[in-house]
Unconditional design. Structure first.
Length: 102
């Protein structure tokens, strides 16, 4: 995919099962940045689907290697290569937009 400035070089795939990761995903969304999210339940991804724009939301169990691979493939085909997986509070960058500054 050629990058014409509308899409990032890479995105984080954020697992919404953790509250801190969910807050981080909403911060990115509120900042107008591209967001890729995944959760085991549809109820967690629906708010991101409703956001539209540069958002990819997938329902998958990331503990299942095949489902995780499928989620990554979907994000990469629709948005950008996955540069990081944000699953827990300890994975959330200290400066939320630092990953997206490049």
């Amino acid at each position: 995919m050629s990058n014409n400035g509308l899409y990032p070089e890479s995105v984080e795939l954020i697992v919404l099962d953790d509250e801190a990761a969910r807050r981080y995903a909403h911060e990115l969304l509120d900042a107008g940045l591209p967001v890729a999210v995944v959760a085991r339940t549809a109820s967690l991804v629906v708010p991101f689907l409703e956001a539209g724009g540069r958002t990819v939301a997938v329902v998958a169990d990331i503990d299942d290697p095949d489902q995780l691979a499928g989620a990554i493939m979907r994000v990469e085909s629709r948005l950008a290569p996955v540069g990081a997986l944000i699953r827990y509070r300890c994975d959330v960058p200290v400066h939320p937009t630092a990953f997206h500054a490049a």
